[in-house]
Design a binder for this molecule. Structure first.
Ligand code: PEP
Length: 249
């Protein structure tokens, strides 16, 4: 049975004191939904967040990792390092990493393998650019992103993979895919998975939507049958807004 998940991607925001303040605000919120809640602070704040939320039902996840176990990769962090501080889930393939750090389907496939080899769960992001959608190519772009990075895996791997459809044109722009656009793409993603791995696998994978989800649109988007939650950027930086989204389920 797939889970509802709301994950906050803090990106490169919040030093230690802001992290402490935001976590303290988060702890004051009341959750009435059954969604799993995750936050992804920067690397420097992961340990603090992990310790601060140890007793709470909020998972602390990483925004990225390297594919190698260790070695001469200055500035990078490995799956083993994340595991060593208790972080068990990593976001991979965010469009900002694809755009600014040249992450490709091929390099992401290596990261996916490294994360799974280290028994980590993955939130795997993908999504088309505006030009792709204008040209009517959104499905083929999304299909190839998924196939190239994930379809070398066996069906069992999908127990540890959450998919996040994030149309690039909707990230941080205030422009949201309409609930119907999100549903259509999520249904297409599930069909693509079902064609390769069968219906049972496809039905059990959580597919999140990301792209300008806010308290005022979350309920309608999450109400769609193939949308199992959200990856939230800007609105995850305010505890009240984030929890309004969590409680939209
Ligand atoms: C994101 O970066 O994953 C994201 C969805 O950002 P925002 O909610 O700000 O559009």
């Amino acid at each position: 049975m797939r889970k509802n998940i709301v994950a906050g991607n803090w990106k490169m925001n919040n030093g230690l004191s802001q992290t402490q303040a935001l976590i303290s605000d988060i702890k004051k919120q009341t959750q009435i939904s059954d969604a799993e809640v995750m936050i992804a602070p920067s690397f420097t704040n992961l340990w603090h967040a992990f310790e601060a939320l140890r007793q709470d039902n909020i998972e602390v996840v990483a925004q990225n990792m390297h594919f190698a176990e260790n070695g001469a990769y200055t500035g990078e962090v490995s799956a083993g390092m994340l595991q060593s501080i208790g972080v068990k889930t990593v976001i991979l393939g965010h469009s900002e990493r694809r755009a600014y750090y040249n992450e490709t389907d091929e390099s992401l496939a290596k990261k996916v393998d490294a994360a799974l080899a280290n028994h980590m769960r993955i939130i795997f992001c993908f999504g088309e650019e505006l030009a792709d959608r204008k040209a009517g190519n959104e499905e083929s772009v999304v299909e190839s992103q998924i196939k190239n990075a994930l379809f070398h895996l066996g069906a069992d791997a999908f127990k540890n993979i959450v998919l996040a459809y994030e149309p690039v044109w909707a990230i941080g722009t205030g422009e949201t895919a309409s609930p119907d656009q999100a549903q259509d793409m999520h249904a297409f993603i599930r069909k693509t998975l079902a064609n390769k791995y069968g219906k049972e696998v496809a039905d059990n994978v959580s597919i999140l939507y990301g792209g300008s989800v806010k308290p005022n649109n979350a309920k309608e988007i999450f109400g769609k049958p193939d949308v199992d939650g959200g990856l939230i950027g800007g609105a995850s930086l305010k505890a009240e807004d984030f929890y309004a989204i969590v409680n939209a389920f």
